[in-house]
Design a protein around this ligand. Structure first.
Ligand SMILES: Nc1ncnc2c1ncn2[C@@H]1O[C@H](COP(=O)(O)OP(=O)(O)OP(=O)(O)O)[C@@H](O)[C@H]1O
Ligand SMILES: [Mg+2]
Length: 257
C-alpha cells in the first residue's frame, strides 16, 4: 500500500507570467486532518483546482494512493477518489436537499443501472432507487439534515448548506476530502459544531482530509500538520505549534509592522 493518500511533487502552475503555485510538496497520510493555510491570494484554492483536475498543472506530479492522477479530468479524478467543497458554496439551489446528495451518489458504480432497466422501470430500477434513497437519508441523518430533506437547498441556513455540501462530497465515496474554507461566514458556535463534524467524518468514514482555512481557532483545533503558502510558495511546514509560532508565518499574515 502507498505510504501517502496524497503526495504532490514540485506541483506548480503559471497563469501568463504569474506563478500562482510553485514547488508545492504535500505528503498526507491516511486518516490525517491536514491544513493548507496562507494569506489571501497565496495559491491555496489554485492547489485544490490542480488536485481536482480543474487546472492542469504546469509542473510537477500528483499521486493519489500511489497512482499518478495529474492530467486527468475532473470527473475521472472524482471517480478515483478526490471530492471537494468550494470556497463559495456550490449547491444545486433549486433542488431538494436529498436530491443534492442523490446527485453525488449517482457517481457510484453500485447505484448505476442501465438505460434499458431505467426506461422500462424494471425491478432492478426500483431496487437501486430505494438503495440510493436509503443511503442518502443515512448521510443526511449524520449531518442533522434528515428533517429538511424535502426543502430546497437554497432555503437552508448557511451553516447547514456547508454541511450539505460536505454530505454531497462524501456521497461520491472519496479517499480524500478537500474542504475550501469550510468555516467562512460561520459564527463561533457554527464553527465549533463544524469542528465536531469534521472530526466525526474522519472517524466515521475513515477519511483523510485536507482543508484550507483562515479561521486559526479551527486550524489549531483540528489540524495535525500544516503547510503555509505565501505567493504560491511553501513558507513553512510542520505541526500546529511549529507553524503558528514561526516568525516568518506571523510576518506573512500581519505584515512587517
Ligand atoms: N484562472 C486564473 N487565471 C489567472 N490568475 C489566476 C487564476 N486562478 C487563480 N489565479 C491567481 O492565482 C493567485 C492565487 O489565487 P488563489 O485563489 O489560489 O488564492 P487563495 O490562496 O485561495 O486566496 P484566498 O484566501 O483569497 O481564497 C491569485 O493571484 C489569483 O488571482
Ligand atoms: Mg481561496
Amino acid at each position: 500500500m502507498a505510504e501517502y493518500v496524497l503526495e504532490t511533487k514540485n506541483l506548480g502552475i503559471s497563469f501568463g507570467g504569474l506563478k500562482a503555485a510553485q514547488d508545492v510538496n504535500l505528503k498526507i497520510k491516511k486518516n490525517q486532518i491536514y491544513g493548507l493555510i496562507g494569506p489571501n491570494g497565496a495559491g491555496k484554492t489554485t492547489v485544490f483546482n490542480m488536485l481536482t483536475g480543474v487546472y492542469k498543472p504546469t509542473t510537477g506530479e500528483i499521486y493519489l494512493c500511489g497512482e499518478r492522477i495529474d492530467g486527468h479530468g475532473q470527473e475521472e479524478i472524482n471517480h478515483k477518489g478526490i471530492a471537494r467543497t468550494f470556497q463559495n458554496i456550490r449547491l444545486f439551489n433549486n433542488m431538494s436537499v436529498i436530491r443534492n446528495v442523490l446527485v453525488g451518489l449517482s457517481n457510484q458504480p453500485e447505484y448505476k443501472c442501465g438505460l434499458f432497466t431505467s426506461m422500462f422501470r424494471l425491478p432492478r430500477h426500483f431496487k437501486v432507487e430505494k438503495a440510493m434513497r436509503d443511503r442518502a437519508k443515512e448521510l443526511l441523518d449524520i449531518f442533522g439534515l434528515l428533517e429538511e430533506r424535502n426543502n430546497l437547498a437554497c432555503n437552508l441556513p448557511y451553516g447547514k448548506q456547508r454541511k450539505l455540501e460536505i454530505a454531497r462530497a462524501l456521497a461520491t465515496n472519496p479517499k480524500l476530502l478537500l474542504l475550501d474554507e469550510p468555516a467562512a461566514g460561520m459564527n463561533p458556535q457554527e464553527t465549533a459544531e463544524l469542528m465536531d463534524t469534521i472530526r466525526f467524518v474522519r472517524e466515521h468514514f475513515d477519511m483523510t482530509i485536507l482543508l484550507i482555512e483562515h479561521d486559526m481557532s479551527l486550524v489549531a483545533g483540528i489540524c495535525e500538520e500544516i503547510t503555509v503558502l505565501n505567493f504560491g510558495q511553501t513558507l513553512a511546514h510542520g505541526s500546529v505549534e511549529e507553524v503558528l509560532h514561526n516568525s516568518e508565518v506571523i510576518r506573512a499574515y500581519l505584515g512587517d509592522d
